[in-house]
Design a protein around this ligand. Structure first.
Ligand SMILES: *[C@@H]1O[C@H](CO)[C@@H](O)[C@H](O)[C@H]1NC(C)=O
Ligand SMILES: *[C@@H]1O[C@H](CO)[C@@H](O)[C@H](O)[C@H]1NC(C)=O
Ligand SMILES: *[C@@H]1O[C@H](CO)[C@@H](O)[C@H](O)[C@H]1NC(C)=O
Ligand SMILES: *[C@@H]1O[C@H](CO)[C@@H](O)[C@H](O)[C@H]1NC(C)=O
Length: 341
């Protein structure tokens, strides 16, 4: 969501020789030994993870997946916002081909009727299912997550998603605010749950059902965190005492940066806790104590998602699907925490 920076795209293959049997299946049918696919997409995840050498961030479940996977070390974001990046990797085409650099068009109508990865699996006999944020919602996926082309079943969206940007964060004044920093007591929030928890639960229910299906599955699970607002179970904050949270190593606006190349983080500025800082536009700066809190909540959100990934992979294992399922985990693009953030 912030300016283009270093990219992140990595995929973990649990089974080495996975794809071979997919290619040999005739269209519409599928080889009996075909592997399932679990694709996990984590919104705005940067490589601040133990498996990429980060010493602060606690990501044991993703690290464990990475430890027996192919870990991509040199990958790039095609475009540093959700819709074009997701459309790009889900169609296997660059933004110059999908003609989507922002959020405002549907490639099938605007650029070309390109197939997607899930659509290809569907056309080759798989049942394909979307949970959470896989395509970016809205016109860029025709207000339907690219249904019916990509998915065999109606895509699932967690009901508690609608509270993400509402006044559910308790401030120091004891009142509820729509804040950027939003550690919550999950028992106290509306519906008593959070979107990513609901997505994990739905995905596990689906795995239980799909396990006995006659055809293999392609299940995509899209987690909303660590995208802003940082609304996460408050216990994850304890993993990152403020005195341990480092600041960005390169916080200054680069000398000679053309203004057009700078993103003044207007999205962050709309949050009540950030508004209260009265930051100057466009460069801020954000006070360092608040920078530290932003980073603390970003990392806490990463650890929260990591536990969701752990629950999902444990369920895959418990259902004895791990050896017959290719697991791939990726971000949609990176999240840049520099120039004061
Ligand atoms: C987009 O969705 C609308 C409404 O369901 C549908 O009529 C239209 O055909 C879809 N566009 C494409 C290109 O499939
Ligand atoms: C787009 O392609 C799908 C098959 O991939 C086909 O079913 C559909 O009719 C095509 N739509 C248009 C508008 O050509
Ligand atoms: C914080 O840093 C101190 C000193 O390096 C270390 O002993 C402690 O374990 C850290 N706390 C956490 C929760 O990582
Ligand atoms: C922000 O501006 C408002 C109104 O001018 C003022 O009341 C408030 O004290 C300022 N807050 C900070 C953190 O400077």
């Amino acid at each position: 969501m912030l300016p283009p920076g270093r990219g992140l795209l990595w995929l973990g293959l649990v089974l080495g020789s996975a794809c071979a049997s997919l290619g040999s299946a005739a269209p519409g049918s599928v080889a009996t030994d075909a592997l399932n696919v679990l694709l996990i997409i984590v919104d705005d995840l940067r490589p601040s993870l133990g498996c990429y050498g980060d010493k602060l961030v606690r990501s044991p479940n993703i690290d464990q997946l990475a430890s027996h996977s192919l870990l991509f070390q040199n990958a790039f974001a095609q475009q540093a916002v959700c819709a074009p990046s997701r459309v790009s990797f889900l169609t296997g085409r660059r933004p110059d081909t999908t003609r989507l650099y922002d959020f405002n068009s549907y490639w099938r109508a605007h650029a070309g009727n390109f197939s997607t990865i899930p659509q290809y699996f569907k056309q080759n006999g798989y049942v394909t299912v979307s949970v959470g944020k896989v395509f970016h919602p809205g016109i860029s996926s025709n207000h339907s997550d690219d249904s019916p082309y990509s998915w065999s079943l109606p895509p699932y969206h967690p009901s508690s998603e609608k509270y993400e940007n509402t006044k559910t964060c308790k401030g120091p004044d004891g009142e509820l605010h729509a804040n950027l920093l939003c550690p919550v007591d999950v028992a106290e929030v509306p519906e008593g749950t959070l979107p990513d928890k609901q997505s994990t639960e739905r995905a596990i229910q689906l795995l239980e059902k799909l396990r006995t299906s006659a055809v293999p599955f392609f299940l995509a699970v899209g987690y909303h965190k660590p995208h802003i607002p940082f609304r996460y179970p408050q216990e994850f904050q304890k993993l990152y005492p403020l005195e341990n949270v480092t600041l960005a190593p390169d916080p200054q606006v680069p000398a000679g940066l053309p203004p057009v190349a700078y993103n003044p983080w207007m999205d962050i500025r709309q949050r009540e806790d950030v508004q209260a800082l009265n930051l100057s536009v466009p460069y801020g700066p954000i006070p360092t104590d608040f920078q530290r809190k932003i980073r603390q909540s970003y990392f806490a959100s990463v650890s929260y998602v990591d536990t969701q990934v752990g629950r999902l992979l444990s369920a895959l294992d418990g259902l004895e699907l791990a050896r017959s399922t290719i697991v791939a985990l990726t971000s949609d693009h990176v999240f840049v925490m520099r120039i004061g953030v």
